[in-house]
Design a protein around this ligand. Structure first.
Ligand code: G6P
Ligand code: MG
Length: 248
């Protein structure tokens, strides 16, 4: 029986890498075609709705500072570190604070956030996301988590999804938060893939900017106006079709 290598056939017959992803079929590592070999997922707002819990906690702090934080304001907090988020919240409220006061405020917000998060159940993973990750891996695509959150490990443990990732990078491992590309470059390094072989899933404008600055492709999850720099936009993470990988 003749052995049929689908990759060889398609690579020969087409200058553009058009191929069908399917179960158990992985791209050959030795080709120099610009294939996506890894997907990197943000956490908050991409895998689970913890973005909403961050919003509730910042809103509560803003109320204590004497103003109402809006959903539009919150877009600027997505993807950026706790420290930077606090600075934005203070700027929006026209509040000045000493370093010690800032530390107390950041701790308070984090305590509230953890109060919301500690009751989370695995069922709170967005529908279809676990399956998407499983399917990507079946197709030989490596999968990483890259979240600026220092609580990311706690969240993925509560969701019982930590074992699905080939690499995990969180807010405790980076110096610069998104839109700086550091987090995604570190994830690519841990996965042993080139940046241009990575596709990032992001719900934050700062996250899309970070992915592009890293030289990666990006799927924006959410509002098309906000995420218009992304290569593709989906309303929900699980709307992404694996067959799109070859078209990006
Ligand atoms: C993510 C979220 C941000 C959050 C940041 C830090 O990037 O999108 O909203 O501020 O992580 O989270 P942390 O859990 O460390 O306060
Ligand atoms: Mg996010």
């Amino acid at each position: 029986m003749q052995y049929l290598n689908p990759w060889k056939r398609l690579i020969k017959s087409s200058r553009k890498p058009i191929f069908e992803f399917q179960q158990g079929c992985s791209p050959p590592a030795e080709t120099n075609l610009n294939l996506i070999r890894a997907c990197i997922f943000d956490l908050d707002g991409v895998i689970v709705d913890t973005a909403h819990y961050h919003f509730l906690a910042w809103k509560r702090l803003a109320r204590e500072l004497g103003y109402e934080l809006t959903l539009a304001d919150n877009e600027n907090l997505k993807g950026v570190s706790r420290k930077r988020s606090l600075e934005i919240v203070l700027e929006l409220g026209g509040v000045t604070a000493t370093e010690h006061e800032k530390e107390l405020m950041a701790n308070k917000k984090n305590t509230w956030f953890n109060d919301y998060v500690e009751r989370m159940m695995p069922e709170e993973i967005f529908p279809g996301v676990r399956q998407l990750i499983v399917d990507l891996k079946k197709n030989g695509i490596k999968v990483a988590l890259a979240s600026s959150s220092k609580n990311a490990r706690t969240v993925i443990q509560l969701l019982r999804i930590q074992h699905e990732f080939d690499a995990i990078v969180d807010g405790t491992m980076i110096e610069h938060s998104k839109p700086h590309p550091e987090i995604f470059l570190l994830a690519a390094k841990k996965l042993d893939v080139k940046p241009e072989e990575c596709l990032v899933f992001e719900d934050a404008e700062a996250g899309v900017a970070a992915a592009l600055a890293a030289g990666m492709k990006c799927v924006g999850v959410g509002n098309p106006q906000q995420l218009n720099k992304a290569n593709e936009i989906v309303a929900k993470t699980a709307d992404f079709k694996i067959s799109e990988l070859s078209k990006l």
